[in-house]
Structure formats: C-alpha cells, structure tokens
Design a binder for this molecule. Structure first.
Ligand code: 5GP
Length: 345
C-alpha cells in the first residue's frame, strides 16, 4: 500500500483569478477552436462541447440541435443499425457526431456494418468504457486504429498522464478523462475509486499535449463556471451529461411531480439502465449509477446560450480573446473548503 500525498483538486476547490484585459465586451470572444487530429489527420472547427453518449442525452434530436449551434454529440450505443446508417448519411459534412461503442465483439461487428454502409459519413468514433486501464481496452483500440486509420478516435476513460500517453501513441486522437465525477455516477461511493477531475484534466492534458494529442474532460461540470475551469485547466473538449439533461431533445417522458415538470436522467451503469438494456444487474456486480429527476427546461438552445455566456465571461475576466488563450491566461486560486461541506452540516 502507498499513499500519494500530492494535492489533487476538483472544480469546487479553485476559482479563476481575474487579470488585466483589453476586451470591452463578451461578444469579442471567439469560443470556437480548430484542431488537426494527431492520428487520423482529420480537421475540426467548432465549439468543443460534446453531449454525453447516455441514452437520455446522446440522441439524434440532440445532435441536430447542437450541430446547428456548432457543438457536438456522442450518440448513445443503443440505436439500431438502420437508423444509425440513415442518420449519419443525412448529416451535413461539418457536423461533428460521434458513433459510440463499447469493446465487445458484438459492438465491433455492429460498428463495422454501420461504417461499411455509411462510409465517410462516420468520421468520429467514441470508444467508451468505464475503466480504460484494462488490456482488453488497449487491444481493442489497436484493432480499431489498424482497421480504420482515418477515423478520428476519442477513447477512455482514464485519469492519469501515463495512460493518456499510451492511448495517444496507440492511435487515439482525443483521450476521454474522468473516473467518478459524473452527476449520476456512484463509482466513488460504490468502489471507492476516482480522481479529482481538475487535477485529472491538468495532468492528462499536459501528457496529451506533449505528444500532439488532445483530451476531453468527461463528467463533473454542473455550472458554466466548471466548464471555464476545465478549459482553463487544459481541456480541449468537454463532455456534458447532466447539464444537457431535461430538454426537449432528451429521451424520456415529462412527468409532473408536486406541480413541477420533470424528466428522468440516469447513469448508464445504474439499475435503471441495466434493467432496460441488460435484463438487470448481474449478480457479480453493483450498479455504479443512480437515477434523478431533472427539471424540464424546454429546448436545449437556451441552456447552451447560458453555458457559452459563462465561458465567454471567464475569457473576458482573464483577457482571453479566443478560447485557445484561456488556459494560458488561467491562474487558479485555491479556495478553502466550506466547513459545512467537510462536515456535512
Ligand atoms: P455529468 O456531465 O452528468 O456530470 O457526467 C456525464 C458522464 O458521466 C458521462 O459522460 C459518463 O462518463 C459518466 N457516466 C454516465 N453514466 C454513468 C454511470 O452510471 N456510472 C458512472 N460511473 N459514470 C457514468
């Protein structure tokens, strides 16, 4: 047993220090980014925020709405092949929509068939597992990269620099970073495993950027300020679940609870999801997600404007004319934890 004594930080442990700026208005800030991907050679331009591949949020409807706003979507894994083929074929060339898959043989065969039919319309892939440290995950990444050299591949999740480097050298373009921070994730409670998200971003970002790779911070953003901190810490993309839940574009029925309209939102390893897709929780495992009721919030566009407004505001506070400059101009201030957080008072 060993204890790491280094300080590790979450979003709530810091604030961004204001700096002198010549910007006079938030409207002067450009929050789009351009990337050339290290391994696929593909090019990207857009606002680097991605809807999570959860079945409530990573929907076709979400992809349509977010593409129009220049954001991206990782579709969930449970759509059937015919609809996926039709959807990808209908997309404009500048839409950034990720096909998501796990690492089973069935996942790979389904992807192969859909990709064969949809061709170059599928340019982005999201290989998604809860634990990106297994040999089977690494073997799968190698196999996909060998078979599809031109597909831009996002893969994870990991939280440490050395695994980020390994994945990039294996052919991943965007390493997905985050174990345990998700709003409906219970991994930290159930398994006691995780890593404070801001430190994971800083460490994995540093490792990826040194090799010309990129990272996507996945999970833990609950307000626009958290996105500003994630970008400030070095995230190239940010994936959002809970912040995009509760909208017209999400799957699920609107329910009335105490006079309030609500939508159900649940983790993809929750009992709800496992009962829906795997016939229940297998007897050798525990669910690592929970279900919550989220206020119904109408079309996603309003929420996106709020999020982007917050990120623009952060840029003006530190004098970053473009999102690209935000991390260079970010100094974090550590804040003392509130006693009531520590003691649960
Ligand atoms: P959020 O933006 O809601 O904080 O986090 C979304 C992320 O939580 C997803 O992209 C995914 O990585 C993670 N996640 C989704 N469902 C589950 C789950 O059931 N268990 C765990 N451990 N993580 C989940």
């Amino acid at each position: 047993m060993r204890i790491e004594e280094d300080l590790k930080l979450d979003f709530k442990d810091v604030l961004i220090r204001p700096k002198r700026s010549t910007l006079t208005s938030r409207s002067e800030v450009d929050i789009s980014r351009e990337y050339s991907f290290r391994n696929s050679g593909g090019k990207y331009r857009g606002i680097p925020i991605i809807a999570a591949n959860m079945d409530t949020v990573g929907t076709y409807e979400m992809a349509q709405s977010l593409s129009a706003l220049r954001l991206s979507t990782a579709l969930h894994k449970h759509y059937d092949e015919a609809s996926l083929i039709a959807f990808f074929k209908s997309q404009p060339p500048d839409a950034t929509v990720f096909y998501s898959l796990g690492i089973t043989g069935a996942d790979y065969e389904k992807f192969r068939r859909v990709k064969n039919a949809a061709g170059d319309a599928i340019a982005y892939l999201c290989v998604d597992v809860a634990n990106g440290y297994t040999k089977s995950f690494v073997d799968f990444i190698r196999k996909v990269r060998d078979a599809y050299p031109k597909v831009t591949m996002m893969a994870g999740n990991v939280v440490t620099g050395e695994m980020t480097e390994e994945l990039i050298l294996l052919g991943v373009d965007i390493v997905k970073v985050g174990i345990g921070p998700g709003s409906v994730c219970t991994t930290r409670k159930v398994a006691g495993v995780g890593y404070p998200q801001l430190s994971a971003i800083i460490e994995c970002g540093d490792a990826a950027h040194g090799l010309g790779g990129l990272i996507c911070s996945d999970g833990g953003c609950s307000s626009p300020g958290d996105l500003a901190k994630a970008f400030g810490g070095g995230a190239d993309f940010i994936m959002l679940g809970g912040m995009l839940a509760g909208h017209d574009e999400c799957h699920g029925e609107i329910e009335e609870h105490g006079g309030q309209s609500k939508l159900r939102f649940y983790g993809m390893s929750s009992r709800t999801a496992m009962e829906k897709y795997s016939g229940g929780v297998a007897n050798y495992r525990a669910s690592e997600g929970k279900e919550v009721l989220i206020d119904y919030r109408g079309p996603v566009e309003g929420t996106v404007q709020e999020i982007l407004g917050g990120v623009r505001s952060a840029c003006t506070y530190v004098g970053a004319r473009r999102l690209k400059e935000l991390s260079k101009r970010t100094t974090f201030i550590r804040v003392a934890r509130q006693l009531n957080e520590v003691f649960g008072a």
